[in-house]
Design a protein around this ligand. Structure first.
Ligand SMILES: [Zn+2]
Length: 111
């Protein structure tokens, strides 16, 4: 038996957590950190070259991320850097958004 709140394990005849005063459960729900991440989109970047620069820095900073290219460029497999107005959007976890936004500003020299 486990407490769903503090995750303490109890012996079988205990029905309530002594700390949290809530009913125990047979099994704890699986921890799925990745699925709990709330992804947010950063300002779209004008081209893959910028996206690759940003990705490299995010990698170095250990910030999880993924990119999504403009549908048209990925559909035709054309490097978006060659297309005017092509956009690459980078997604990061909400908790890393400010950090990532700062990195991008620094990298691209926006002030
Ligand atoms: Zn508890």
């Amino acid at each position: 038996m486990y407490c769903p709140k503090c995750r303490t394990q109890y012996v079988e005849n205990v029905k309530e957590c002594s700390d949290c005063k809530i009913p125990l459960v047979d099994e704890l729900p699986e921890e799925t950190p990745l699925e709990r991440i709330k992804w947010v989109a950063l300002t779209p970047l004008a081209g893959e070259i910028y996206a690759e620069m940003v990705e490299e820095v995010l990698q170095n900073e250990n910030i999880p991320h993924f990119t999504k290219s403009d549908w048209a460029t990925s559909a035709f497999n054309i490097s978006s850097a060659n297309l005017v107005g092509a956009k690459v959007t980078i997604f990061v976890p909400e908790e890393n958004r400010d950090e990532a936004a700062e990195i991008i500003e620094e990298l691209l020299g926006k002030r």
